[in-house]
Design a protein around this ligand. Sequence first.
Ligand code: 8YV
Length: 322
Amino acid sequence: MKPKVIVYRKTYDQVLELLREQCEVIYFESVDSSNQTAFYDHLKDAHALFGAGMKVDKDLLDKAPNLKVVSNVSVGYDNLDLAELRVRDILATNTKGSLDETVADTMFGLMLTVARRISELDQFVKKGEWKANIPEELFGVDVHHKTIGIIGMGGIGSAIAKRAYHGFGMRVIYHNRSRNSDAEELYKAEYQTLEDLLKEADFVCNMAPLTAQTEKLIGEREFGLMKKSGIFVNGSRGAVVDEEALYRALKEKHILAAGIDVYQVEPIHAEHPLLTLPNLVTLPHIGSATAETRLAMGLLAAESLLEGLNGGVPGTAIVVSQ
Ligand code: 8YV
């Protein structure tokens, strides 16, 4: 009898084929009110869950008495109730290490777009407004040789530091739960308190994971500590930022500009005040969204799931069974 795996998010055929080698796969490209009953019916005898973003908490786990593995196709795992998983002896895994470079590319793209006003000037040309030499009021700011403050020096933060130090000659300062000696050695990264980082950085790049301790970590006080010439970018989770404080900081020009790829509520509502700000560049949570990387994430998540079902503890384990 093959173990039963529910896939609740669209993934690649190669990933499904890998899972089907050892499992019965119940595949939902997405789960919503139209198929939620079917999803819960299958959950009753499912041994593993595979997907990204679904809240896996007591309510859901009470409906899944046979669950052994939850495989997150994401590096973030704020959707998982780790205490409930641990007490039920359920292995949880993520896709750490498979998306660092791609997300770091996205964050640098966002930083450059904000700093050099690329979105705004693209529209300026396309609307036929380019009539003569560009006036200074449309100039952007330099990125190279400035100071980048990275909040969260994990795999993605380190990949950002690599680009900053080697690619743009930037000074790297960082704040993290613990010191990162590799980043300090490889990229001359300097550990700072959050307060000092916010005061010193020209670019503040948030990659802190969302936890009970980091919810609204960046709010009015923190934006107030930043330079008025400072640029803020967020690529981890929207809830790490107080969005009302971000709106006021940009509207009242306490900071120069910002770029965000993540939001407290996703998708962000078309009428949201943030979307009215000319000094904010927005992306639709595409940090890891390249076909190559999403396939690599899916294959890693599938391998982790299969290893877990076979009694192993993959390197991507977050919650190790007792
Ligand atoms: C998700 C992300 O993988 O990895 C994360 O934590 O936020 C994204 O890369 C994506 O949104 C779900 O497919």
